[in-house]
Every structure is written in structure tokens, then in C-alpha cells.
Design a binder for this molecule. Sequence first.
Ligand code: NDP
Length: 296
Amino acid sequence: NTVLVGGGRGFIGSHLCKVLRNKQFDVKIISRMPGPNHLTWHDIEQCGLPARTRAVVNVAGQNVLDPTKRWTAGFKQNVWNSRVRTTATLTKAIIDATDKPKSYVTISGVGVYKPNPLKEYVEDDVTEEFDFFSKLGIAWEKAAKLPENLSQCRQVTVRSGVVLGRDGGMIKQLYLPFFLGLGGPVGSGSQYLPWIHIEDLARLIVFAIEMEGVDGVLNGVAPQTITNKEFADTFAKVLWRPAVLPLPESVLNTIFNKERAKLLTQGQKVLPKRTQAVGFNYVYPDIKSACEELVL
Ligand code: NDP
């Protein structure tokens, strides 16, 4: 009953592994670092999937919004390869395996949907390449595609919004400024902020692993759509702080480079239509309950 998790030491990966272990799955992590109960990407390339692998997941990826890393061609290549190449390695290992896993779940981002204040995106919408992150998202999802005739293994792609959890991602970076009363919306704050609580994302991935009959794309976003300003106001309120200091777009463009800052300065309205239709239930469907958990 082994589940193989690429990137299992990361923010999403560690929460996912915890949920899996609580459900008595035997979890094996793939990491760049060798270690106890860890396989490396090289091990998978050389030896394929471990015996009795029931499910394969990939949540690996170089942190894009690392302010210490300049947005150079080399770093962009790392951002790309750490997602597309690791996914392609797992896809090939599944194709080559004689004993196939039952399910293969990978993550991608809502960056495949073009920000448009007039549009609500659902899973069936056609995606197009319009910038670096949409090209990356499309290549990442393509790398996870199994051949049509490989029917023994179900494949699911979770297109995740911004993941909210105390110990990683956006909240880890915003907690201190908001705690100090220095938080606020990004720019005008009118851009959408597709989001999901970490616990729901980990549960959604496990749901995708276990649920017979579910395949294709599931939007990994909460059903309540909010703007960046609504997020800032709610998060500040649960901390009993004001959220009056907007973070100017120009500052983010300077720190991150405009191409990368778009992840913060723009946003799309995304609904989890299929995710709900296939029966997934959220523990944190609204931003207030999610933010209350974040400050517990
Ligand atoms: P983390 O940075 O916490 O962890 C990702 C893991 O990826 C790390 O533990 C690391 O594992 C592995 N990794 C990092 N750099 C590389 C590299 N250059 N090559 C191979 N592996 C690498 O990220 P998150 O858990 O927050 O995100 C995981 C994935 O989910 C990413 O692909 C991200 O784009 C995607 N995602 C995240 C969202 C979020 O809000 N956090 C939103 C939407 C998508 P190790 O050190 O063990 O090798």
C-alpha cells in the first residue's frame, strides 16, 4: 500500500504525507537529498517505481517567490525543470512499470487561466499560453499525461490556487507584517485571489488518490471566491490588526521582477466546479474559517 510522493518534504508535501500516514498508507518520499525512507529522482530514473506502489503523487517544485533568488534565465530554468522534468520522470516510470499504480496525481497552478475580471473559470475551460506561468502550467500538465491506452492508472491534475497554511507559502511570508499591523492588499486589491486551505488541498489530493472513477482536472480552490483586499481585511481582522497599508505593485515589481510579481499583482476568478461535482467536501470553504485556523 505504498504511495510515492515527489516533493514530500515541502510545505504541501509534508501536510499530504501526514494525512496519508494517518490513513495507514506507507509513504515513500522522492527528494533531491538521499535519506532514510527517501528515494532520489536518480533512483526513480535508474530503477523505476518501488514494488507495490499503489499511487504516485508529484508536488515538487523550486519555490518561485524566493526573494533571495534573482529572476534570471538560469533560475527560470530551475523553476521549469523542477516541475516539468520531475513530472516527466514519474510519468515515464509509470509507463515502464509492469505492476502499475492505480492512481497518479499531480499538481499544477491556476496560472493556466488568463486573468480577466469578467470571466469565471472552471476545469473545462480551454487554457492558452499567454505568459511564462501559463506556458509552464501547460507543459507541466502535459508532462503528466499518460497514454490513452494505459487504462489501469487513473490520472488527476489538481490546479491549485494560493495555498494557505501557517508553515509555508504565502502566509509564512505575510504573517509577521500582518501581525505587526503593517499588512494590506497588494496594489488596488481588486484582483481575485484564488485560494485553498492547506488541509483541504492535502485532503483533495488524497481524495483523488482514492476515489475510483475520478480523473482529469480538478480545480484546487475554495468555493468562496475573494479579492486580494477581502483576503487582507479578513486576515488582519482575525489578528485584530488594521489592514490599511497597501503594498504597491511597483515595490513587488522591483523585488521580484514584473514577470514573476504577476503571481501577486494579478489573479483570476476560479471555481471548483468539477471538484464539487465529484463529491469533494471542504473543511474550510470560506476565507473567514480558513483565516481563523491560520492564527490558532
Ligand atoms: P516547497 O518549496 O515547500 O516544496 C517543494 C519541494 O520541491 C521541496 O521540498 C523540494 O524537495 C522540491 N524542490 C525544490 N526545488 C527543486 C528543484 N530545483 N528540483 C527538484 N525538486 C525541487 O513548495 P510547496 O509545497 O509550496 O509547493 C509544491 C508545488 O506545488 C510546487 O510545484 C508549487 O508550484 C505548487 N503550488 C504551490 C502553491 C502554493 O501556494 N504553495 C500554489 C499552487 C501550486 P527536496 O528538497 O526534498 O528535493
